[in-house]
Design a protein around this ligand. Structure first.
Ligand SMILES: Nc1ncnc2c1ncn2[C@@H]1O[C@H](COP(=O)(O)OP(=O)(O)OP(=O)(O)O)[C@@H](O)[C@H]1O
Ligand SMILES: [Mg+2]
Length: 248
């Protein structure tokens, strides 16, 4: 291809615990993701999907192997450099929205801005655009407990997007939404990413959700066992067949 991947994992290994209690969550996983690509990660419970996202986002350390963001090796960075890279390059969306209960929707979305030491005033236009994108204009001043699950997830999505991260790592972002709201969140994610040329890695158990991706990576027992490039006529069928092969 000749294009340098925005995100690369090379023989990434993660072992939790030690001695006879150790669990190998990832075994020499190698992945390359191109800028603007939307990759879905699928596999049975315990196959290492969340662990992979945590390592890629610098939220946890690898036991072996290397991670590169735009060719820069994460594994070689100091804690401080890692934090800075993560803040400037990566946005996270989790299944549990992790919104702060005492803050309004708007204040929650601004948390990454405040953490980075910037002024929320600079982000007013962006905030307006994001609340319009997630269709939450009339809910900006509500607190999380005054919002439905789907609305909270949309706030979490806006929070992940506020700093225009180049890479969005999403762990079952629609995991506890009903089908309709799940699809809405996925479409928002895809739309925003396409507009901003963002790269997405998303863990999902939903074959129809995964079908919006450009590529699906299947994990089993911590290894990549299959990859599927999408864009054909039978994407969801191919994904379901892939999951069957895994025994998921
Ligand atoms: N902090 C931890 N300490 C010990 N073992 C862990 C830890 N986190 C994950 N594991 C183990 O590593 C393996 C992979 O876990 P991981 O959370 O990545 O799976 P997953 O594919 O995301 O599963 P799910 O679909 O259930 O979310 C599992 O066997 C899990 O028990
Ligand atoms: Mg998980």
């Amino acid at each position: 291809m000749g294009v340098k991947p925005i995100l690369e994992a090379s023989r990434l290994t993660k072992v939790f615990g030690r001695d006879n209690l150790s669990v190998t969550a990832l075994r020499e996983v190698s992945i390359e993701v191109q800028e603007g690509e939307f990759v879905a990660i699928m596999g049975p419970s315990g196959s290492g999907k969340s662990t992979l996202l945590h390592l890629l986002g610098g939220l946890d350390f690898a036991s072996g192997g290397k991670i590169f963001i735009r060719g820069k090796e994460l594994t070689g960075l100091s804690d401080k450099e890692l934090t800075l890279t993560r803040r400037s390059e990566v946005g996270f969306v989790f299944q549990f929205y992790n919104l702060l209960p005492t803050l309004s929707a708007e204040e929650n979305v601004l948390v990454p801005v405040v953490i980075s030491g910037r002024s929320p005033l600079e982000y007013q236009d962006k905030l307006d655009r994001l609340f319009s994108l997630v269709e939450m204009e009339d809910r900006r001043h509500h607190r999380p407990n005054q919002l439905s699950g789907g609305e909270q997830q949309r706030v979490a999505l806006a929070r992940a997007l506020i700093m225009d991260p180049a890479i969005i790592l999403a762990d079952e972002p629609t995991g506890n939404l009903d089908r309709r709201h799940g699809r809405e969140v996925l479409n928002l994610l895809k739309e925003s990413a396409a507009k901003m040329r963002q790269t997405i890695m998303m863990v999902t158990h939903d074959p129809l959700g995964a079908a919006v991706a450009d590529r699906v990576i299947f994990l089993r027992d911590g290894s990549v066992v299959k990859e599927l490039r999408l864009g054909g006529d039978n994407d969801s069928e191919a994904i379901i067949a892939g999951l069957k092969e895994l025994g998921d």
